[in-house]
Design a binder for this molecule. Structure first.
Ligand code: G3H
Length: 536
């Protein structure tokens, strides 16, 4: 493939995916979509378009560059909607809150095509993966509703212990700030936003810098589906809009997926850190260990997708490979061939694997990592490895990578694959132990004894050990977390409901007066909390 011709001209873009300039003026605050007249942030697509002079980055649109004032308005609206727990939303019954989220989901589904198209254009994700991201998010919402029903059913009863009657439920925490990452701008924002909302919190959400416009078709759905102030959006520079919100001390939960560096800045801005609960998804450097008896076809297949789906821009991507010396030549032969067969192209191209990278200067950064490794003795093993033009970077397999090279340490978050060989299993184990990160590992092998010996120490180093399988977050009902610098807290459909709530109970000494009061409240449906109502 000639990389020079990889970018299309306007005429060759299929009509189904062609897009006009997207000017977003609206932002959602206190139940209304306000229109911004101040400065705007330009959105550049990672897709370049050929014009007479060569490829030029497509200007996709613009969105409001809000200031601290609008950010504080959003905060005030959320604080008022929660109203110290007295607001309509936090006191509403679980059944009613579920019906609001169901309404939202129905409206969201109507916007599927629009959102999917924007994901493709804004972050360069393939059509197939963009659709998958949307559908997975809708499924996540449905699963969250079912998990909440389940939790509520289990809490719809009284307990009597040591002469005390009690009903224990989970209550919302207050104001939640949700910030998702650019690589899963919809899914990983909604994976915290929806559980935060459905459990009765008021939310402010700030989309990542890359991946803002794709949320705009859903603003109206939020406005129509939830009471005023329950969902609010802010856009713009983090320093300008996030810092004042945090400095107010009025945020109760920070749900953030991104880098630990930014997470630390945001957390530190809170004046009373002990009041702030955080759930964070951060960096990772997941390692694959390929044992000498690995099933090569299976390992190569899993490692190709594990390292390169969405161009390796996943926190769960495999970012370091340790391959046993005995199997190394065969592994390299098959793996380089499989990677060189990948198709680079535009997000809408049929069967495309490698697509444009959205981060500014990313190809140059990846190139610098490869050059650094090569200058210290490594080689790029695959023929097409490292070829790049503008935002397209063809995956480079770099071998042998050692601790003198940047690639050994940094989270490359892109299509460069460092490989090291080992004889002694202690080498990859030491690498994992000494790493700053502790999210997941993949072991490829067929011998039960050796795999079993590795499982026991590794589960104490990382949060998920994958056997003959790539690292991944899903299924979303499984716990997703990490050790060390990789995460704080645990997310899964059911864990997220716990993250955004605290257990509260109503208790009374078991005497005839209290029994009468409890009975009357429950019989006459006087309380949404003290209730034995069963949600079917
Ligand atoms: O970027 C990190 C994502 O949580 C990874 O999710 O394993 O489903 O791609 P995934």
């Amino acid at each position: 493939m000639n990389l020079k011709k990889i970018f299309p001209d306007e005429q060759s873009i299929p009509e189904k995916v062609s897009i006009s300039f997207q000017r977003q003026t609206g932002y959602l605050v206190n139940g209304e979509i306000r229109h911004w007249t101040g400065p705007f942030e330009k959105v550049l697509s990672p897709v370049y378009i050929q014009n007479g002079k060569g490829p030029e980055q497509k200007v996709l649109g613009e969105y409001p560059k809000l200031t601290g004032k609008e950010a504080m308005n959003a905060l005030d609206a959320a604080v008022e909607a929660f109203d110290n727990g007295r607001g309509l939303w936090p006191t509403m019954s679980v059944r009613q809150r579920i019906s609001h989220v169901e309404e939202f989901t129905a409206r969201m589904v109507e916007k599927r095509e629009e959102v999917v198209k924007l994901i493709m254009w804004e972050i360069g994700k393939s059509a197939k993966d963009s659709q998958k991201e949307f559908d997975r998010t809708v499924q996540y919402i449905k699963d969250t509703i079912n998990a909440l029903k389940d939790l509520d059913r289990k809490s719809s009863r009284f307990e009597i212990e040591e002469g005390v009657i009690g009903q224990i439920r989970r209550s919302p925490l207050g104001v939640v700030l949700c910030m998702g990452p650019f690589n899963y701008p919809l899914n990983e924002t909604y994976a915290t936003l929806i559980p935060a909302l459905i459990t009765g919190n008021a939310v402010i959400f700030k989309p990542p810098k890359l991946g803002v416009l794709l949320h705009s078709p859903l603003l109206e759905a939020f406005r129509l589906s939830f009471p005023a102030g329950v969902v609010n959006t802010v856009y713009g520079d983090g320093e300008e809009v996030v810092q004042p919100i945090m400095k107010s001390g009025k945020v109760n939960v920070l749900a953030f997926i991104g880098t630990s560096h930014v997470a630390d800045i945001i957390k530190k801005a809170h004046p009373s850190p002990h009041r702030l609960r955080s759930v964070l998804g951060l960096e990772a450097k997941n390692t694959a260990i390929v044992l000498s008896d690995a099933d090569l076809d299976l390992a190569v297949n899993e490692i190709v997708t594990g390292t390169l789906s969405f161009n390796g821009q996943r926190c769960t991507a495999l970012k370091m490979l340790y391959v046993h010396q005995d199997i190394l030549p065969k592994f390299i032969e098959q793996f380089t061939a499989a990677v060189d067969r990948l198709k680079a192209g535009m997000p809408w191209d049929e069967g495309v694997d490698i697509t444009p990278l959205p981060e500014e200067g990313k190809a140059a950064y990846l190139d610098s990592l490869v050059r650094d490794a090569v200058s210290k003795g490594a080689t790029v093993l695959n023929k097409r490895g490292g070829k790049h033009i503008e935002s397209i970077y063809f995956p480079a397999i770099v071998f042998p990578v050692n601790s003198d090279m940047q690639l050994y340490h940094v989270e490359q978050f892109g299509p460069v694959i460092p490989v090291a060989a080992f004889n002694d299993i202690d080498e990859p184990l030491r690498y994992i132990m000494e790493s700053k990160y502790g999210q997941q590992v993949s072991i490829f092998g067929t011998g039960t004894d050796e795999i079993a010996r590795l499982i026991d120490p590794l589960v104490n180093q990382v949060a998920r050990v994958n056997i003959n399988s790539q690292c991944q977050r899903g299924p979303d009902t499984f716990p997703f977390t990490g050790r060390k610098d990789s995460a704080e807290g645990t997310l899964s459909v059911s864990d997220a409901l716990r993250v955004f709530t605290i257990r509260s109970l109503v208790a009374a000494k078991e005497n005839s007066l209290n029994k009468k009061i409890f009975t009357e409240i429950v019989r006459e449906n006087k309380s949404n909390f003290l209730s034995t109502d069963f949600i079917f």
